[in-house]
Design a protein around this ligand. Structure first.
Ligand code: ATP
Ligand code: MG
Length: 301
């Protein structure tokens, strides 16, 4: 396990002014880490990831058996921050039956005909499952804030402007939505994979230079990179306004994949283990039925 005080550094404190520039996307999160050095820290992170993957598989089995809670894991990030790879690695040990992954792209005409939370509401994890949102309703206060024209007809007819008040209402809607989920047994874990602009450039160039990675590059990725500062401002506002005690944000350093994966696996595993999960207990009647079944099987030739 990663020490709770380290995870605490990455958790956004509700009600406090949040500044993205205070968050380090690299590995030198503390003086202690710096002293330890990159290679030693990487070894440690890999060992923690391995241990957590085994624990997560067990925790998920229990979540499924207990069947009272669901876990919603939200990933938000700029392109090439490593959402896909993190999901692939962190979930590599879990039972696919207990896990649902949804990737949200540009909304369809049908989706735009509903309120902005509708399409996400339909994909929420069932009790006993881990649901992963690869992008989420936060896009509606991120990409949509950077490009307000995307909002289409989701705006009431009366001319509303995209001022502060508009986005504040959306943050409130999101907080209310998440509070509803948490009150009804869903654990909500939110991760912003914090990649630096330099590292994004390096990863884009790698996608362009290596033929087997070309398919991962889309020209629109470069166009969105042009709005980097607007995105950072939108992330800062959204994360600050929606990191609540019941559903806090974690700003995960994403310039090194081994850091990202170790942190995400640790937070997810610790959260599930912190639930009061039990294998369902049998009633006396059910136990009698099992005894009868055992007796019947033993009596077979
Ligand atoms: P990858 O590039 O790794 O395949 P991705 O998540 O970037 O994964 P893309 O198909 O490249 O997937 O991009 C999805 C696009 O859909 C993103 O640009 C995202 O901002 C956009 N999108 C997601 N939700 C919304 C929304 N509610 N409104 C408008 N655009 C959205
Ligand atoms: Mg993309």
């Amino acid at each position: 396990m990663i020490r709770p005080d380290i995870i605490d550094l990455l958790r956004v404190k509700p009600g406090k002014k949040f500044r993205l520039k205070d968050c380090n996307p690299g590995w030198k999160q503390t003086d202690e880490f710096e002293e330890l050095g990159k290679d030693a820290l990487k070894e440690k992170a890999k060992a923690i990831l391995d241990a957590n993957l085994a624990d997560l598989a067990q925790a998920q089995d229990l979540l499924y058996a207990d069947d009272r809670h669901a876990v919603l894991v939200v990933f938000q990030a700029m392109d090439a921050a490593g959402k896909d790879g993190t999901i692939k690695h962190v979930m590599s040990g879990v039972n696919p039956q207990g896990c649902q992954v949804y990737s949200f792209k540009k909304p369809s005409a049908e989706e735009l005909d509903h309120t902005f939370l509708w399409r996400y509401q339909r994909c929420l994890p069932e009790r006993g499952r881990i649901g992963i949102f690869n992008r989420s309703y936060y896009e509606d206060v991120l990409v949509v804030k950077v490009h307000p024209e995307l909002i289409g007809r989701q705006l009431p007819r009366k001319k509303e402007t995209f001022g502060k008040a508009f986005w504040k209402k959306r943050y409130e809607d999101i907080n209310a939505f998440e509070r509803h989920l948490v009150r009804n047994g869903t654990v909500v874990l939110k991760f912003f994979l914090n990649v630096s602009k330099d590292e994004q450039k390096r990863r884009f160039l790698e996608r362009l230079d290596r033929p087997e990675k070309n398919w991962k590059f889309s020209p629109s990725d470069l166009a969105e990179r042009g709005y980097w500062d607007d995105y950072m401002a939108a992330y800062e506002d959204a994360i600050g306004a929606t990191s609540t005690p019941e559903a806090p944000w974690h700003v995960v350093p994403a310039d090194h994949k081994w850091v990202t994966r170790a942190v995400v696996a640790d937070v997810v595993t610790t959260a599930i283990r912190g639930l009061d999960l039990r294998v369902p207990e049998l009633t006396d009647d059910e136990r009698k039925r099992l005894d009868a079944a055992r007796a019947a099987l033993n009596a077979e030739e």
